[in-house]
Design a protein. Structure first.
Length: 149
């Protein structure tokens, strides 16, 4: 007997015993079948034509990129303040009602053009600063700036 065959048979028998494939009487257990004979890749390629793999590739779920923080819409009170500031400068002719409509947008466009800003009609930070409605601070800015000296 060839040594390679003997060694392969012993390894296969040990694998069956270790996996519980044989019962005490020496017969194969009905619950477990003997493992299939392993063939090398070259032999398998000669026996059967190559087939496409039916196993699905695992799909990697990618996280969506983080959205930039969105700005909330101004409250009705804040819109009323903006309309009042535009009216004081002569751009808004209606009564401040807290609703941003076409007349508010046109007034803002006129104000932005007067301030050499891009006239979009949208409430921007530069427009609010120009109206004197910029950010409110609890603590006043430091007074030791170069402009005040």
């Amino acid at each position: 007997m060839n040594w390679a065959r003997t060694f392969a048979a012993v390894v296969a028998l040990a694998g069956l015993i270790w996996a519980g494939g044989f019962s005490a009487s020496g017969q194969t257990s009905s619950a477990r079948k003997a493992p299939a004979k392993k063939t090398t890749a070259k032999k398998a390629a000669k026996k059967a034509p190559a087939r496409k793999s039916t196993a699905r590739k695992s799909r990697v779920r990618r996280r969506a990129p983080a959205r930039p923080p969105s700005q909330r819409a101004p409250s009705a009170e804040r819109i009323r303040q903006i309309q009042q500031a535009l009216a004081e400068r002569g751009h808004f002719t209606d009564a401040p009602d807290g609703k941003w409509g076409a007349s508010s947008e046109e007034a803002m466009k006129r104000f932005q053009a007067e301030q050499n800003l891009q006239p979009t009609g949208k409430i921007t930070s530069l427009s609010l600063i120009g109206l004197g409605l910029g950010p409110k601070y609890d603590n006043p800015p430091p007074t030791g700036t170069a402009e005040s000296q």
